[in-house]
Design a protein around this ligand. Structure first.
Ligand code: PEP
Ligand code: MG
Length: 325
C-alpha cells in the first residue's frame, strides 16, 4: 500500500480541473526533514521552533537558533520554509521559570504574548531567523495572535531587528514573507484587518477548534466534542479564507485538519493555497486531491454549509468520501 501511495507523492497536488494546492510538512525536529522529502513535501509549512527550547535548562543562544534555522532553508526539493516563532505555554511547556504555572495555560501568557513580554529573548530568535533568510526562501509566522495590535507590535520588533542586521552588514534575504497564524477566534473574526498587515495566513485548526468550541484539545473527557466539521468552525474558516483572498494574500492551513483525508474535498472547496501536514499523511492526501475536482469540492462545501449540525455534516462528508474514494 505504501509503495502505491508513494507514486502520488512526487506529483503536484493538482485536481483534475487544474486547481493546485501547495503541500507543506509540519516538523518539530530537523531529523524529520529527509522523511518529509521522501513523502512528497514541497516545502516546510510549519517548523515548531519551541522544540529547540523544550527539555533544556538554558535559553538558546543566537548561534544555537541559527544552526537550526540554517538547516531548514535552501534544502533541495523544499521550495520554502515557514518558521514559526516560539509557541511556548499552552500545551508546550519548558522549565523556564519565566513561564510560571498558570491555572489556565491555554488562555495564559503563551506564544506571541510571551514573546512580546520578553522582547530581548524574542529578538535573539528573530535575529537568527532573519540571518537564515540569506540561504533560501523563508517565511516567518507568529502564533496565537489575537488582534491587530499584537501583529503590529511583532512587525515593529521584526523591523528593528532587520534594521540592526542591515547596519551590521550581516547578509540577509530580501524577500522574507511575514504571516500570522489564525488560531484564536478573535483573529479569525478580524481577518480582514489582519490580512492588510501580513503576506499570508496560516490557519492553526488545532487551537482554532479548541477555542471556537471551548474544548480543551488535550482533555480526553471532552474529546468527543472536538469537531472540525462543526458548522461554526467551517463558517469561520470560510470567513478567514475569503478575507485573505479578497486582500490578495495566501491562505495556508497547518493544523491536523489539513492532513486528514476525509476533509480533503472540504479543504479544496475552501480554496486553501497550501496544506501543511505530518509527512506520513502527504501521499494519501495528494492521491485524493489528484483524483478530485475543485468543482465537486465547492459543491460539497456549499452543500454542507447549509446543514445545521456537526453530526449532519460529518455523516454527509463521510458518506460522500466513502462513495467517491
Ligand atoms: C494549530 O494550533 O493548529 C497548530 C498548527 O499549532 P500547534 O498545534 O503547534 O499549536
Ligand atoms: Mg497552535
Amino acid at each position: 500500500v505504501q509503495e502505491d501511495f508513494l507514486k502520488y507523492a512526487h506529483l503536484p497536488a493538482r485536481t483534475k480541473d487544474s486547481y493546485q494546492v501547495d503541500i507543506g510538512c509540519n516538523i518539530e525536529f530537523l531529523e524529520e526533514i529527509p522523511s518529509a522529502i521522501v513523502h512528497g513535501a514541497e516545502g516546510i509549512g510549519l517548523y515548531r521552533t519551541e522544540f529547540i527550547y523544550i527539555n533544556r535548562d538554558h535559553l538558546p543562544t543566537e548561534e544555537e537558533h541559527f544552526t537550526h534555522y540554517r538547516q531548514v532553508v535552501g534544502i533541495e526539493g523544499l521550495a520554502w520554509a515557514t518558521i514559526r516563532t516560539f509557541d511556548l505555554g499552552g500545551d508546550k511547556f519548558t522549565s523556564d521559570p519565566k513561564l510560571a504555572k498558570e491555572m489556565n495555560p491555554q488562555l495564559g501568557l503563551r506564544a506571541i504574548r510571551f514573546c512580546l513580554k520578553e522582547v530581548e529573548q524574542f529578538k535573539v530568535q528573530l535575529r537568527a531567523i532573519i540571518r537564515a533568510s540569506a540561504f533560501g526562501k523563508l517565511r516567518i509566522m507568529f502564533p496565537m495572535v489575537s488582534g491587530i495590535e499584537e501583529i503590529r507590535e511583532a512587525k515593529r520588533i521584526f523591523n528593528d531587528v532587520m534594521r540592526d542586521l542591515i547596519e551590521e552588514d550581516v547578509p540577509i534575504g530580501r524577500d522574507i514573507e511575514i504571516g500570522v497564524m489564525i488560531e484564536v477566534p478573535s483573529a479569525g473574526i478580524v481577518a480582514e484587518e489582519l490580512a492588510r498587515e501580513v503576506d499570508f495566513f496560516s490557519i492553526g485548526t488545532n487551537d482554532l477548534i479548541q477555542y471556537v468550541l471551548a474544548i480543551d484539545r488535550i482533555n480526553e473527557r471532552v474529546g468527543y466534542l472536538y469537531e472540525p466539521l462543526h458548522p461554526a468552525v467551517l463558517r469561520l474558516i470560510r470567513h478567514i479564507t475569503r478575507a485573505g483572498h479578497s486582500n490578495g494574500i495566501r491562505v495556508a492551513m497547518c493544523g491536523e485538519m489539513a492532513g486528514e483525508p476525509v476533509y480533503a474535498l472540504i479543504l479544496l472547496g475552501l480554496e486553501l493555497d497550501e496544506l501543511s501536514m505530518n509527512p506520513l499523511g502527504i501521499p494519501r492526501m495528494k492521491k485524493i486531491i489528484q483524483n478530485s475536482t475543485l468543482q465537486e469540492s465547492r459543491e460539497l462545501l456549499d452543500k454542507v454549509l447549509k446543514l445545521h449540525s456537526a453530526t449532519e455534516i460529518r455523516d454527509y462528508v463521510e458518506h460522500y468520501m466513502r462513495q467517491r474514494f
